[in-house]
Design a protein around this ligand. Structure first.
Ligand code: PMP
Length: 416
């Protein structure tokens, strides 16, 4: 029965890339339940969209209460109580305690909408054309975000070369750690270099899809300095690394930088509902009303769960400290895996981390062996050479260790 359903899905869904032979029906916390009764531990978390796990009971209660009271679901750009509560809570629990002053734009339902809004506003505010992005970056699938994505396969999906972006080496891409920033600075100063001063630089502090490379704090600070010197806007894409993934609410907090624009999505709704924010410095509020709108940028059930998630997890520093502790435990466990394979190293930060393997096929085979042992884990990187380990942030130590033990068994099985 389930094989038939799986075969039907396989033949009817176009461009499907995730081959987990199971049909999932329900989920709670860090576990997913398939139609055939099998239980899977989720170390994938919707690629960062489920930082608080599946169906968090407190968030679910708020959502059900909102729907039961005939609360507004769709509101487009009108004012609603749920939207006001979210904005007040975001200001009180996220922006103010960090001394951040940003205007909040609802750019559309997903991460790529947030990036698109960031690129547009940067070009309008500066009157400049180019956007600098980094090797192996991932910023989304719409044309602007894709043009800033350093992945040949994804870019090829657009058919013809994408305009107006320049690729620079990410931290760690070159042997000389300072070479990339030196090159950018010199080229921007030299009007004959062929590199115009761009509108913005867009960066991920940890490259989620690009292979779990984490930029050093000093490199991010250098990048910020360089941008300030040349009047270039700094956009941090925190779609995947944000909302606590790296152990602080924003992934750039540890480096102490202050981006001009920040992109958030994935876990901001707290419940896996579509929601995105673009945060920008008040001076960058340059759009006339209607210059950036969209039908689904006022999704009130998402505002309700987003507010509940902030209240539950971010009203003090306890949760962030727990995430950092789980991150340290995970790093230790991944170290044991890396030690089994010569050349394997760990990358990433907090609970956005993984293991890089010198043999590009290995990570995929290990993910397959992990699935057979009922653990959902993904690969990332330009050649899918990195095993990407992303459990929900509120996972217990016992569940974390259960999952890493499965991973260790999967690695041993693949190595033979
Ligand atoms: N930016 C980053 C850093 C991402 O990881 C992603 C999604 N993986 C996106 C943007 C695009 O988000 P979405 O898939 O929601 O459009």
């Amino acid at each position: 029965m389930s094989t038939t359903i799986f075969e039907t899905l396989e033949s009817d869904v176009r461009s499907y890339c995730r081959h987990w032979p199971a049909v999932f029906e329900s989920a709670r916390g860090c576990r997913q339940y398939a139609e055939d009764g099998q239980v899977y531990l989720d170390f994938f978390s919707g690629a960062g969209a489920l930082n608080y796990g599946h169906n968090d009971p407190d968030l679910k209660r708020e959502l059900i209460a909102h729907l039961s009271a005939d609360g507004i679901v769709h509101s487009l750009d009108t004012y609603t109580s749920a939207k006001r509560r979210f904005l007040e809570t975001f200001e009180r629990l996220v922006l103010r305690p960090r001394g951040l002053d940003y205007k909040v734009q609802f750019p559309g339902p997903t991460g790529t909408n947030s990036v698109e809004a960031a690129l547009k506003v940067a070009r309008l505010a500066t009157g400049r054309r180019e956007i600098v992005h980094f090797t192996d970056a991932f910023h989304g699938m719409t044309l602007g975000a894709l043009a800033a994505t350093g992945n040949a396969t994804k870019r090829a999906g657009a058919g013809v070369p994408l305009p107006f972006t320049i690729t620079a080496p990410y931290d760690g891409y070159l042997d000389d750690p300072d070479a990339a920033l030196t090159w950018l600075g010199r080229a921007w100063e030299d009007s004959s270099s062929g590199l115009d001063v761009p509108a913005a630089v867009i960066v991920e502090t940890v490259q989620g899809e690009g292979g779990l490379r984490a930029a050093r704090a000093a490199w991010l600070q250098g990048l910020e300095r360089l941008c300030r010197q040349h009047g270039v806007l700094l956009i941090v894409d925190d779609v995947q690394a944000g909302c606590g993934r790296t152990g602080t609410f924003f992934s750039f907090e540890e480096a102490g930088i202050r981006p001009d624009v920040v992109c958030l999505s994935k876990s901001i709704s707290g419940y896996g509902l579509p929601m995105a924010l673009t945060l920008f410095r008040p001076e960058l509020d340059v759009w006339e009303p209607g210059q950036h709108n969209g039908t689904f940028r006022g999704h009130n059930p998402a505002f309700v769960t987003a507010t509940a998630a902030l209240e539950k997890y971010w009203s003090d520093g306890t949760f962030a400290e727990e995430v950092r502790q789980r991150g340290r435990e995970l790093e230790e466990e991944l170290g044991r895996i890396a030690a089994l394979v010569e050349g394997a190293v760990r990358r990433g930060r907090g609970l956005l981390t993984g293991v890089w393997f010198p043999d590009p096929g290995l990570a995929g085979r290990i993910a397959g062996a992990a699935f057979e042992r009922h653990l959902l884990v993904e690969t990332s990187g330009p050649k899918d050479e990195v095993l990407k380990v992303m459990p929900p942030l509120n996972i217990s130590r016992a569940d974390l260790l259960e999952g890493t033990q499965v991973l260790l068994d999967a690695v041993r099985a693949v190595l033979g």
